[in-house]
Ligand binder design. Structure first.
Ligand code: F6R
Length: 237
């Protein structure tokens, strides 16, 4: 694992944008694995600026998001589909039909997982996967205890994760209890992984990810086993 430490979120995001631009430039039909959350927000703004300037194009790209809440429609302001449309897709030249996010409103979440996983495989897996890090070490919504060999699956969200995400909802009861997430093995299939970690409150968990044992108590620790992971962070370890 390569760890790149930056003085600010801005510098971290610029470097991540450079790395994604590189994939866009060097891959004929790039497949980008994307995350929601606060961490990649500035990165997405930079990608939008560069796309508007004509420095990069997403015309031939397809995107696969890590996860989606079960029970939220795509136009719900708290759905990840909505987040991605607002924070990236509607501002860039990606073809809408090439942006994949699990369907939170599916009647049959298990079947949705199989469908989503098959789509991802069909696309050949992510060329580059962006990840954020949960305070409990989760990646995607793979909470502590998740099997390392998991593929896209339905999860019950940890109370700590629901609390961390409650800031976006009117009240705690509105925070969904379940989500569909790419599994750890689905994430590990990516050719390259960029783990972005910002803010002192994640220092302890980041230390465990980088220096601790590989254990499913800290899901992101599995990244130590991936051949091409870069951690970009503004935390001085
Ligand atoms: C988001 C996701 C999550 C977040 C993580 C960090 O699609 O899969 O694993 O990356 O919870 O969230 P932030 O960036 O809001 O701290």
């Amino acid at each position: 694992m390569k760890v790149l430490t930056f003085r600010s979120n801005e510098e971290m995001s610029k470097e991540a944008a450079d790395m994604i631009a590189n994939t866009l430039h060097t891959t004929e039909t790039p497949v980008l694995g994307l995350a929601t959350g606060s961490t990649p927000e500035r990165l997405y703004e930079i990608l939008i600026e560069r796309c508007k300037k004509g420095e990069i194009t997403f015309q031939h790209a397809s995107t696969f998001n890590l996860d989606e809440y079960v029970g939220l429609a795509g136009d719900d302001v708290n759905s990840y589909r909505h987040f991605m449309n607002e924070n990236l897709f509607k501002h860039i030249d990606v073809k809408k039909e090439n942006t994949y996010i699990p369907d939170g409103m599916t009647e049959d979440p298990e079947a949705e997982c199989t469908r989503y996983e098959a789509k991802l495989q069909e696309a050949g897996g992510a060329d580059v996967q962006i990840l954020g890090l949960g305070l409990n070490g989760h990646i995607g919504f793979n909470e502590p205890g998740t099997d390392f060999d998991s593929r896209t699956h339905v999860v019950t969200l940890d109370e700590t994760t629901r609390e961390a995400n409650a800031r976006f909802f009117d009240k705690m009861e509105d925070v969904p209890t379940h989500a569909v997430t790419m599994g750890i093995d689905s994430i590990m299939d990516a050719k390259e992984i960029l783990l972005l970690v910002s803010g002192e409150k994640k220092a302890d968990i980041l230390r465990k990810v980088v220096e601790g044992e590989v254990t499913n108590d800290v899901p992101a620790s599995i990244l130590q086993k991936h051949p091409n992971v870069t951690i970009l962070t503004d935390i001085q370890l």
